[in-house]
Design a protein around this ligand. Sequence first.
Ligand SMILES: [Zn+2]
Length: 74
Amino acid sequence: MTEVGKTLHDSLFGQKLAAGKCKNCDYPLEVHEIDFKRNRKILKCQRCGLFHYYKKDIVGKWRLQKVAKPDFQG
Ligand SMILES: [Zn+2]
């Protein structure tokens, strides 16, 4: 595999695997909860613990709905 091909492969593969990045600190997110019935999932930042709420749209793409702090005190 050429260097360019490898980089392309890595980026494509990485996009599939990556759950997303934290809007607050840019750290990778881990899956906290998935609701297949409602096509929703909640991801949690591995660093600051911020919750990211995703919803699947009609084309099957996950879209970020809102970001919330783990404690609801502001
Ligand atoms: Zn974070």
